[in-house]
Design a protein around this ligand. Structure first.
Ligand SMILES: Cc1cc2nc3c(=O)[nH]c(=O)nc-3n(C[C@H](O)[C@H](O)[C@H](O)COP(=O)(O)OP(=O)(O)OC[C@H]3O[C@@H](n4cnc5c(N)ncnc54)[C@H](O)[C@@H]3O)c2cc1C
Length: 615
């Protein structure tokens, strides 16, 4: 029997392990046994209920497709993978594997697990074969190549992808032999968790993944005009829970969607049309994903402060009460609280929202370590991904060589000119922070400034019905800037910690995106007291974000605002909407409104992308 061990890669399209197993089984006249192992390592302490539900839905989708299209099915075993695999190698009465196929996983836990399974297979004389497929690049080959250098910039990762040759076309769905077997069904979430899941925007599974991709790519204007820094952190007008970006991340995380399929579908949309470019474009976003996968695979201790050459040592504080208030969305800053409650409720948050809350927790306001924020994200996000999560937290905490300068701090009360692109009607906050549902828009991001009578008539007295700000932003920001600067100056080089070698400055990889060099920290932190980024943007408003193709820290509503945002509506004033670049709203109609989410996407749409994807 040929076993196919599904771990990520929860899909039939572009699945090299499945394709090779099917071909080998056909040649040998054997059965293919597709299976998943519910590993107790990923239990309730590590995985929030919404992500677990997403996983179970994805398994169910796989099982349904295998049954309906191949008269096969997915078997779900429970237990430590080594123990389960040992039984399957020895033969458990029904199944005895002679060979085992899987997609490679470069996360540290997976590497150790797979090494143990590999050793067991060798002992049992079972042949194993593994394939790269979770990323565009074959990460291990890239890292092992002669002259390899860790990419810390978009140009670095672009060069790496270009050197690997054209991104391979996705593989078609293979033909599988029937598998007559009963039992070992996909469990219901109620068997595993006491509560009920709350996320409705992202139903798990390959069909929904392909339907979402199809819906995104049906709007070529949206794809070609996609510029991450212009997308709203606060969802879509009338649907604050609906991403202004593609919302593909949970599907990419679990491998319900192949990155190669996504890449080629985007490329097809762009062909023959003018389109945005990395780092802002959709290809740019997928390239950031590659960059973090490569770094995660080659940088020892990538998930730690100690022994991590991508992390400056900063003496972060430790305040469990602050951490809890942040995690529960009780900081008294409505923008931050709405985002954190969105995370808890839906398992998703816009990239700029993640910027805002990560900056707030670390160097911006609360001075807590990025690792504690990372852990909370790791549990709550549907798309929690070891390499990408660590890489982005390092970036946002200001500690990595690829970070934006540490002194660019976001104002947690975003005004109209903020690069956090937060809508100004209050709709987003009211949806996720119902205590503030009757607070007038002008006070929505700073409710403590509302006169007592206004608070009373809104039914939300600050300090009683909703918390007062956990810290004074201006004071916290100044204190933190001084601490960060002192930590950097304490390093031996005077500018950069010794571990950065000969480097004397930390320009950040996207420095080239800035029109002029940044002013030194002392200038930004001093005198004017503003949070406006000094340098290039003066008088011209926001600058393009050097990070991950998205927003940049700002001036706290100070001068230097977006010229386009100052005119009347229709005359250049920013409109809050689908990726302001081009979104026509078609995508989101196709996906159905909000709670129905991708569930509403037509089967025909799914089938179409499925065909394009070889599915
Ligand atoms: C502190 C912090 C933590 C994060 N943790 C995660 C995480 O655990 N998992 C995760 O997938 N993303 C993470 N991100 C990156 C990013 O926020 C999400 O990938 C993005 O918001 C997902 O929404 P989308 O699919 O609509 O993205 P789109 O903008 O539509 O982008 C398409 C795809 O590109 C990839 N991508 C986009 N932005 C990034 C990025 N900055 N880095 C790497 N890949 C990117 C994702 O796979 C995404 O689905 C984090 C960002 C921050 C600031």
């Amino acid at each position: 029997m040929k076993g196919v061990w599904f771990r990520k890669c929860l899909r039939l399209h572009d699945n090299a392990a499945l394709a090779h197993a099917a071909a080998a089984a056909e040649a040998d006249g054997e059965l293919v046994v597709p299976f998943f192992v519910l590993d107790p390592h990923f239990d309730r302490s590590r995985v929030g209920i919404n992500r677990f539900q997403f996983l179970l839905e994805s398994l169910k989708c796989l099982d349904t497709r295998l049954r309906s299209e191949h008269r096969s099915r997915l078997l779900v075993f429970r237990g430590a993978p080594e123990a389960v695999l040992q039984r399957l190698f020895e033969g458990d009465g029904r199944f005895k594997l002679g060979s085992l196929f899987w997609e490679r996983d470069t996360e540290p836990y997976a590497r150790e697990r797979d090494a143990r399974v590999e050793a067991l297979a060798k002992q049992a004389g079972v042949h194993t074969a593994h394939f790269s497929g979770h990323t565009l690049l074959d990460i291990d080959s890239v890292v092992a190549a002669q002259g390899f250098k860790p990419p810390i910039s978009m140009s670095g990762v672009q060069a790496m992808v270009a050197a690997a040759g054209p991104v391979k076309e996705p593989l078609p769905v293979p033909r599988l032999p029937p598998l007559p077997a009963d039992g070992l069904e996909v469990p219901d979430i109620s068997e595993l968790y006491a509560d009920a899941p709350t996320s409705r925007c992202f139903p798990g599974g390959e069909r929904h993944a392909l339907a979402r991709l199809r819906a995104v790519c049906a709007d070529a204007g949206y794809v070609c005009g996609f510029e991450k820094p212009k997308t709203a952190s606060t969802g879509r007008p009338g649907k604050p829970w609906e991403p202004s970006t593609t919302g593909l991340s949970p599907y990419l995380k679990f491998g319900c969607l192949s990155p190669r399929t996504a890449w080629h579908e985007v490329a097809r949309c762009q062909r023959g049309r003018a389109h945005s470019k990395p780092p802002q474009s959709l290809h740019g976003q997928l390239l950031f994903r590659e960059m973090f996968y490569v770094l995660g695979a080659c940088v020892p201790n990538f998930d730690k402060q100690d022994g991590n050459r991508m992390c400056k040592e900063i003496p972060w504080g430790e305040n469990p009460e602050m951490l809890t208030a942040w995690a529960e969305g009780r900081t008294g800053y409505p923008f931050i609280d709405a985002l954190m409650r969105q995370l808890r409720e839906t398992g998703w948050m816009h990239h700029l929202g993640r910027h805002a809350v990560a900056c707030f927790l670390t160097r911006g306001d609360l001075w807590q370590s990025w690792t504690v924020g990372r852990d909370h994200f790791d549990k709550m996000l549907l798309d929690a991904d070891w390499a990408v999560n660590n890489g982005n937290w390092l970036w946002l905490a200001g500690v990595a060589p690829f970070s934006a300068p540490y002194f660019r701090i976001y104002d947690p009360c975003p005004g109209e000119r903020s690069s956090l692109n937060a809508e100004q009607t209050g709709e987003f906050v009211r949806h996720f922070v119902p205590e503030l549902k009757d607070m007038p828009a002008r006070y929505i991001y700073k409710p403590w400034t509302a006169p007592a009578a206004v608070q009373k008539s809104a039914g939300c007295v600050i300090g009683r019905d909703y918390p007062a700000p956990i810290v004074d932003h201006k004071a916290a920001r100044e204190a933190n800037l001084a601490r960060f600067k002192a930590a950097l100056e304490g390093s031996k080089s005077g500018h950069m910690p010794e571990k950065f070698g000969a480097a004397e400055r930390d320009p950040g990889p996207m420095q080239s995106a800035f029109a002029r060099p940044l002013a030194p920290p002392s200038a930004a932190a001093g005198g004017r007291g503003g949070e406006r980024p000094s340098g290039g943007a003066k008088g011209r408003g926001k600058r393009p974000e050097p990070h991950a193709g998205a927003g940049q820290a700002e001036g706290g509503g100070a001068a230097g605002g977006d010229a386009a945002s100052q005119g009347p509506p229709g005359k250049g004033r920013r409109r809050w909407g689908p990726a302001s670049a081009a979104g026509s709203g078609k995508i989101w109609q196709a996906l159905g409104a909000g709670a129905a989410g991708a569930a509403g996407a037509s089967a025909a749409a799914a089938a179409e992308v499925g065909r394009a994807a070889g599915g």
